[in-house]
Design a protein around this ligand. Structure first.
Ligand SMILES: *Cc1c(COP(=O)(O)O)cnc(C)c1O
Length: 503
């Protein structure tokens, strides 16, 4: 059962439960399992399977030390009443996006409580986490979840962990670099165990500081003396990644049921990407037997992944752009490390060396052979701000279908790229409800945007005949409960203070 270990070392293997509880390895690596793919998900049954059935299958395959009863309970609690769609992640057809007429569709991942795809994982992670302790829980330390957010993870994690027993959560977001709606979603969060704090810096600064907080032995000892350990709700936690594998299968199952594809057909997925978590889950799905012709990485103007996947050099020393797709404004893409681990066939020395170079020099270059292997699986593209706006408009004009700026990066990239040879369907992952970014979306459609974001929502509703999710529209009447802002070097003491208040 001890199948998990760090991407940077084969020593000290852990169970899935331990990997989830710890979040990140003490050497700074991410937890991976060499058993990935040894259990395959049978395709023949797929068209009969509901989202919950698929969630149970995938979780059992990837988290072998959770009992079937635990997995069943987690899946029901996470998805039965929390998502506003019976399919959980429904597929919607759009017009083909290339001259060859390959069918195209959008996989809507934002029907959860916070209207972004992070809910799919963050409704599950707290349920998994709650089952990682000793049987009676009496001896267990309390867990303080510390999370840096580029905009959407924070609220989804707060919604998942608020008032969870034995757990506290601290969220750091880059002040002034998230949308107004995103900021209000976090600053109005209720719950006795939640702390929310703005950071003077960008997401990468905050994420790096959080990783340093995890690696701070002295802090860990002080917290341990109070009976508290730190863990992560970012996609560096394998408990975040695994639930995201499910919807790749769910999309395929829906296309089978619709008759768009037949069993065994290859399909391609285009994924708006920042920290590489979502698209990595697609790679896990491929390893579990899903016929994936290709995974397309779609970036915004922060196109570090595009340069990396085309040249083999990862270079984080570059200008940072604040865009209309803030959740993808990332220069250090954490989950790439897991991809490098798997595509180098588990070469922990190589991964350690490359990650060391990234930390010390700000860049690294892949061996040619590894780059070619990666390029066989991953294609890439990116969209600048004008292209994002034009994609929102084009998708609306051609399909009467509204997409948010993150999804629009993917829409642009798909529209520029011919279908992969052999691919029978193209699936664009839609990562946020357009009403999370009403100003950018209304602006792209050429509508008049009042200064207030909630007034923008109404303009958008009127012009398109679509509806803002009630949980977003209701934000304007909620009291702001969190107003703290700290410098990067104030983050650790903020965490310590929040941990001190844990009951
Ligand atoms: C987090 C997020 C992304 C990027 O996902 P990664 O797993 O970090 O690649 C894209 N779009 C939206 C709306 C997000 O919230």
């Amino acid at each position: 059962m001890r199948t998990y270990h760090s991407t940077r070392s084969n020593e000290a293997p852990l169970t899935a439960k331990e990997a989830i509880r710890r979040g990140i390895a003490p050497d700074g690596g991410l937890y991976v399992s060499d058993a990935l793919g040894t259990v395959q998900i049978p395709l023949v049954d797929l068209s009969e399977m509901s989202y919950l059935d698929l969630a149970r299958e995938v979780l059992r395959a990837l988290l072998p030390d959770f009992s079937p009863a635990e997995i069943d309970a987690c899946a029901s609690e996470a998805y039965e009443k929390t998502f506003a769609s019976a399919e959980v992640t429904p597929v919607v057809d759009i017009a083909p996006m290339g001259s060859d007429g390959t069918p195209a569709s959008v996989l809507e991942l934002w029907h959860g409580p916070t209207s972004a795809f992070k809910d799919v994982a963050l409704q599950m992670l707290p349920r998994l986490m709650a089952r990682t302790g000793s049987n009676d829980g009496a001896e267990d330390e309390k867990i303080m979840i510390v999370t840096a957010t580029s905009g959407d993870t924070g609220k989804a994690a707060l919604a998942g962990f608020a008032d969870a027993p034995g757990v506290g959560i601290t969220v750091f977001y880059p002040e002034g670099k998230v949308s107004r709606v995103q900021e209000l979603q976090m600053s109005t969060q209720e719950g006795a165990n939640v702390a929310v704090c703005g950071v003077r810096g960008n997401f990468d600064d905050a994420q790096t500081a959080v990783k340093q907080i995890f690696a701070d032995r002295e802090l860990a000892e002080r917290l341990c003396a109070q009976g508290v350990m730190l863990s992560s709700a970012n996609s560096i936690n394998v408990g975040r990644l695994v639930p995201q594998v499910v919807y790749y299968f769910a999309a395929y199952a829906q296309l089978l049921r619709a008759g768009t594809i037949t069993c065994g057909d290859e399909v391609e997925f285009c994924v708006p990407t920042g920290n590489f978590g979502d698209i990595l889950a697609g790679y896990y799905a491929k390893r579990l037997g899903l016929p994936v012709a290709r995974l397309i990485v779609a970036s915004d103007a922060n196109n570090v992944l595009f340069d990396f996947l085309t040249t083999g050099t990862y270079n984080r020393k570059r200008p940072f752009f604040t865009t209309t797709s803030p959740s993808m404004d990332i220069l250090v893409s954490s989950n790439l490390e897991r991809m490098l681990y798997y595509l180098s066939d588990g070469d922990v020395e190589l991964v350690s060396q490359l990650m060391g170079e990234l930390a010390d020099e700000g860049s690294y270059t892949l061996p040619d052979e590894l780059l070619s292997k990666i390029q066989e699986v991953f294609a890439c593209g990116w969209a600048d701000e004008d292209e994002v706006a034009r994609a929102i408009k084009a998708c609306w004009d051609e399909n009467g279908y509204l997409i948010d700026p993150h999804t629009a990066c993917g829409y642009h990239v798909l529209s520029q790229m011919p279908a992969a040879p052999g691919s029978k369907a193209r699936i664009l992952l839609s990562t946020a409800n357009p009403y999370k970014f009403p100003r950018a979306v209304a602006g792209a459609l050429g509508l008049f945007c009042p200064p207030d974001d909630f007034a923008c929502m109404q303009v958008l509703e009127k012009a398109t005949g679509t509806c803002a999710p009630t949980q977003l529209a209701a934000l304007q009447d909620k009291p702001v409960l969190h107003t703290d802002v700290v410098d990067i070097d104030g983050m650790a003491s903020f965490v310590e203070q929040a941990a001190g208040g844990l009951k």
